[in-house]
Design a protein around this ligand. Structure first.
Ligand SMILES: NC(=O)c1ccc[n+]([C@@H]2O[C@H](COP(=O)([O-])OP(=O)(O)OC[C@H]3O[C@@H](n4cnc5c(N)ncnc54)[C@H](OP(=O)(O)O)[C@@H]3O)[C@@H](O)[C@H]2O)c1
Length: 262
């Protein structure tokens, strides 16, 4: 998608309250893209909406209720007269070593059920329209299992779901682009800017928009995470596994505790 194309475009962002979504919204609006933003609390985005140079509408997102997601997406789609891009950026993550069920269920509800409802609906709307781009902010956490068990698994689900949709678009011979944006770590705190592997949201947003404009099928953002992804896939489980469990400080504390017991 070239910039000229984007100037005539309309984009729907689902999960617009996240910092990254807001940076992407700013970038798209600066290119003249009309926006429809979905968030749990749309009123919280009023200031952002009024600050943007293009037409912006705000909508309620109840991602835990698929029927409500489908109905509101379809309704907004009608009112916009279609869209060129749907960007999905909803996600839930948590870690509790005791693995209580409720957080696992919540992650599955948002990252699997809600994600599928949005992508399925967007795909069918694009199919009726005859073209479009579905992009999703995903995570390299989906490459392997991990301590945040449901989260890692949900990100693998998202990747496979997107790959399936891409294959389906080809089967239907429809110009629908599916873009899987594999995010590494995103620096939400400006203070952490100097840390090597973390990237500020504005830089991440630039790379996301650029990848969408190029119609990429899958992209690692920021680019350096491609190497981490490659290594992650390559490592045998006995190496991959141990790197997560204990930091050096934790290992030293454990050693000291053992010595004390002796
Ligand atoms: N942060 C990172 O370092 C990182 C790294 C890799 C991948 N990612 C991926 O990036 C995506 C966004 O993550 P983030 O870190 O930007 O998280 P975030 O700031 O917490 O944003 C998550 C988004 O999901 C929405 N959401 C969560 N639960 C919801 C619910 N029940 N109903 C409606 N909306 C809900 C949030 O809306 P509300 O604010 O209204 O709850 C928010 O817009 C996720 O897919 C994540 O896997 C992030």
């Amino acid at each position: 998608m070239s910039n000229t194309f984007m100037t005539k475009a309309t984009a729907i962002i689902v999960g617009a309250s996240s910092l990254l979504s807001q940076e992407i919204a700013k970038k798209l609006a600066s290119q003249g893209v009309k926006l429809a933003l979905f968030a749990q609390d749309p009123n919280s985005l009023s200031d952002l909406a009024t600050s943007l140079p293009t037409e912006v509408s705000l909508h309620q997102l109840d991602i835990a209720d698929p029927q409500s997601v489908i109905a509101s997406l379809e309704q907004v789609w009608q009112s916009l007269g279609g869209a060129h891009l749907v960007l999905v950026n909803t996600g839930l993550n948590s870690y509790d070593a005791a693995l209580p069920w409720q957080p696992e269920q919540d992650i599955i509800t948002v990252n699997v059920q809600g994600f599928s409802a949005v992508c399925n609906t967007a795909f069918k709307l694009f199919a009726d329209q005859g073209y479009g781009q579905l992009a999703a902010i995903n995570s390299i956490a989906g490459l392997r299992g991990g301590p945040s068990v449901a989260y890692h698994a949900s990100k693998a689900f998202a990747s496979n779901y997107l790959e399936g949709l891409s294959m389906h678009a080809q089967r239907l011979k429809l110009p629908i682009t599916i873009t899987d944006i594999q995010l590494g770590l995103l620096d939400k705190a400006a203070m952490q800017k100097s840390r090597l592997w973390l990237s500020p949201p504005a830089e991440v947003a630039n790379q996301v928009v650029s990848a969408m404009e190029k119609g990429k099928r899958k992209v690692y953002v920021t680019k350096r995470w491609r190497l981490v992804a490659w290594l992650t896939k390559l490592l045998p489980e006995f190496i991959y596994n141990t790197r997560h469990w204990r930091t050096k400080a934790e290992r030293q504390a454990e050693k000291a505790a053992k010595k004390q017991q002796q």
